[in-house]
Write a protein that binds this ligand. Sequence first.
Ligand code: PLP
Ligand code: ZN
Length: 422
Amino acid sequence: MNYVSSLKCVICEKEYGVDETLYVCPHHGDSGILDVRYNYEKVSEQISPQTLSQGGPHSMWRYIPLLPIDQSIATESQKDQQPNLPFFSVGWTPLYRPQTLEKQFGLAGVHVKDDGCNPSGSLKDRASALAILKAKELGFDVVGAASTGNAASSLATLSAGLGVKTIVFVPATAPQAKIAQLLVCGATVLTVNGGYDEACDLCLSACTAYGWYNRNTAYNPYMTEGKKTVAYEICEQLHWQVPERIFVSVGNGCIIGGLHKGFRDMLALGWIDRMPRLMGVQAGAAPLYHAWLHGIDPLDMTLMETKTIADSISAGFPRDRVKAMRAVVESSGAFISVTDEEILGAIPKLGSDLGVFAEPAGAAAYAGFAKVLSERMISSNETVVVLVTGTGLKDVASAIKSVGEPIPIEPTLDDVEKALRL
Ligand SMILES: *Cc1c(COP(=O)(O)O)cnc(C)c1O
Ligand SMILES: [Zn+2]
């Protein structure tokens, strides 16, 4: 039992019952991404800022009435003190308020939410957890996913011990740590000779041909629903004060679409009274940034060649482009494009100012924040949240690129003194 009322196509706005389609609008095919709609009246009988203040699991499962899954998972997640698998501890990641940054930048509030603290080290866990539950509920034994690395490693990590087999398609160029994570957690890993966009299409065909459940971002409407939980957490952790802006990196656009959905839910429920500006940070060819800048309809976008050190946002044809564009436009936000150099500069900034070790796509959000700040586009009374979406342990090679090599010495004090110029 859950409170989903319908699935609504983002193109034609036609609504479907949850049993009428598994993934997309039958009339619009792969582009007919669906929005999951809820009966908010029923939801509000179950959950509110008041009920949340009384407790609940310290994980995304504290928001179960707002998720498209059977409520019985709640029983299991009550054991939150000692979750029996990483699966049950997804979400409720720390929101840091580094006062040094507020002083440095002269802003009313700067917060950094570290979603690298999720079980598999990225925000993708919020979506993968739902994919696994949905697959089980619908009776699938196998889940397929195309991924630049994190969606897949998250799916593999969270399905461990739950009896779901995972088959993943990743670009051959994915960082080694992500591939190692996949293999260790028991996924069948197919490294596709091509980029993410090819892996995505191949996974789609394979899921259809072999009857696997498809976790592909955007195509599976429930992925947005998992990712939106980060919006609830930001508001709850800020005691229901809405920040002025949230900076988040954007590849396919599912995370920013999820943030937008989370805030729309909270507005509809009366938990908050306004929407923050959603600031989408892109790198490489930055297709959504360009479409936004030139007023191009997301439905008219075509595949662009793209290359960036931030592999997690290297998507030349953003699959969730409609929701991503809507998120930025409807929230009066903006898209920002950052260079690889700016991202490499942001990695040690986040590390040395805050102790947050981010992978390039995670640091991209901070690079976007720094860029907008340097252009004096944020006023001093604003509160800002920077969402770090993945841990730096995912891509150590890029981290080293950002800071250079350590100092080699002989095991003598002499060498220590020379090295430190004492
Ligand atoms: C997937 C991912 C993103 C981008 O999310 P989209 O939904 O594709 O826009 C950003 N950062 C990290 C670390 C990711 O894994
Ligand atoms: Zn449609």
